[in-house]
Design a protein around this ligand. Structure first.
Ligand SMILES: NC(=O)c1ccc[n+]([C@@H]2O[C@H](COP(=O)([O-])OP(=O)(O)OC[C@H]3O[C@@H](n4cnc5c(N)ncnc54)[C@H](O)[C@@H]3O)[C@@H](O)[C@H]2O)c1
Length: 443
């Protein structure tokens, strides 16, 4: 292992003396995460993770810190690395390091540092993995298949041993759409080494976190970075899936004219029937004042679009990877690039026009704001915790496949959230239950 820039076996953070601010920040999140608080009490009694080592690759935010504490309360020994080079809250990472978590994350990591940190988290010798975007899972698979690209060479720099003990991993969880896509691709090729639960696809996740959490926080990111007035602007949203539909709705709520770009006919129709203008990026490029991508795809905005854009166009991405806005293309037509505000790069084009890129084209809600509100992460991370428990208790009978979150867990998490709001559920009468099960009753 190569030791660089303060990397130790125990942690790698920007400045461990930021811990007090981090503790305060974590406390504010904890107060807004009642479902996790309930699970924590349960886990303290039942210790479902006793003897289990967990390696997590997540955005290192205050909400993730709450999850780590809950898992530890259940007996888990947790190591954590970042799932994005720019999303780490450094004070939170410092607080976790002081609390004795193995945490390898700081804001502004290079690609080399990012993958070296993944190597460190793997050296923990996990029984289970927790991922957001699948960089941890794919690193494990590349290592075990003897693949040798640049990322693998960096991962190896963080490893204690040449090869982590992959055979002891009993299962994992995946938080986001892009990660599930990548893990399904491994499964399809028959390469998946252990079962992975697709937390992203649970209803208590994808109906709330993706549209409401990202919908609000992506706009929050644009506003914090630019302080631009959204009312009266044309906002182009690329992708009308779970995330994009939420962003479109929030932008509309702020008074924008919203244009949706979407290749799927059903999603495009849904957007149209919801009152949005729907068109190709080729047409939208010249109309938009603000562009937000949320597709999970590559090259969604590229050179032929940049050359049509208005002077002063603002570009942001809410998808997992920084490939949705083609930065190389933008760079290739720029005379000069300068940072004009925190998280805002101004590209001055050869023809004199200006284009602003937010957060280096990485997740605008995490880089330019604080990510999803704690209340919504309460649901997503409760699903994570309960899915990990499910793996701990059932791994012997799980296949090496992408597995849905069991419906029972989905319903329990939603019910706990409702309980925290003091909301009462309607109870069906026995007659109603029978009626719903019967085929004989007609008009
Ligand atoms: N920022 C965050 O905090 C956050 C949270 C959740 C998910 N995500 C990420 O957001 C992305 C989208 O997630 P989702 O759950 O909405 O996925 P989804 O599959 O529900 O929606 C994606 C949509 O993009 C469309 N699309 C694909 N290529 C396109 C293109 N070139 N132009 C326009 N549209 C295109 C698809 O047809 C689909 O409707 C993923 O990368 C996911 O990991 C980010």
């Amino acid at each position: 292992m190569i030791l660089t820039d303060g990397l130790t076996a125990a942690f790698w953070v920007k400045d461990v003396s930021m811990d007090e601010d981090g503790m305060k920040r974590i406390a504010t999140a904890e107060a807004m995460m009642p479902v996790l608080a309930t699970l924590r009490k349960k886990y303290e009694r039942e210790r479902p993770f006793d003897g289990f080592r967990l390696s997590a690759c997540l955005h290192v935010t205050k909400e993730t810190a709450v999850l780590c504490r809950v898992l530890r309360a259940g007996g888990a020994d947790v190591a954590l690395c970042a799932s994005n080079p720019l999303s780490t809250q450094d004070d939170v990472a410092a607080a976790l390091a002081v609390e004795g978590f193995k945490v390898y994350a700081f804001r502004g990591m290079t690609a080399q540092q990012y993958y070296t940190a993944i190597g460190r988290a793997l050296s923990h010798g996990p029984d289970m993995t927790v991922d957001d975007g699948a960089d941890l899972v794919t690193s494990i698979h590349k290592l075990s298949r003897g693949m040798s690209d640049e990322s693998v060479s960096y991962v190896k720099q963080g490893l204690d041993e040449i090869m982590p003990q992959v055979s002891k991993i009993i299962g994992g969880t995946e938080e986001t759409t892009t990660g599930v896509l990548r893990i399904r691709a491994l499964e399809k090729e028959g390469l998946l080494l252990y079962p992975v639960i697709a937390v992203n696809d649970a209803l208590s996740k994808s109906l709330f976190d993706n549209p409401l959490g990202t919908g609000q926080s992506a706009l929050d990111g644009v506003l914090r970075a630019t302080n631009v007035l959204v009312a009266g602007k044309t906002v182009v949203v690329a992708g009308f899936g779970r995330v994009g539909s939420g962003i479109a709705e929030r932008a509309k709520g702020l008074g924008a004219r919203v244009v949706v770009v979407e290749p799927d006919p059903v999603k495009a129709l849904q957007a149209y029937m919801n009152g949005y203008m729907v068109m190709s990026m080729e047409r939208a490029a010249g109309l938009g004042d603000i562009f937000i991508t949320a597709t999970g795809n590559i090259d969604v905005i590229r050179i032929e679009h940049f050359i049509k854009m208005k002077d002063g166009a603002i570009l942001a991405n809410a998808g997992h990877m920084d490939v949705e806005i083609n930065k190389q293309d933008l760079q290739s037509i720029a005379e000069k690039v300068e940072t004009v505000r925190e998280n805002v790069a101004l590209y001055r084009l050869h023809d004199g026009r200006k284009i602003f890129l937010l957060g280096d084209g990485r997740l605008v809600n995490l880089v330019c704001a604080e990510g999803h509100p704690s209340e919504v992460m309460d649901l997503s991370f409760a699903l994570q915790a309960e899915s990990l428990r499910y793996i701990a208790e059932n791994h012997q009978r799980l296949e090496k496949k992408v597995i849905p979150v069991p419906a029972e867990i989905d319903r329990t998490v939603a019910a706990l959230k409702l309980q925290s709001f003091g909301v009462e559920l309607e109870k069906l009468t026995p007659k109603q239950m029978d009626y719903l099960k019967s085929w004989a009753a007609g008009t």
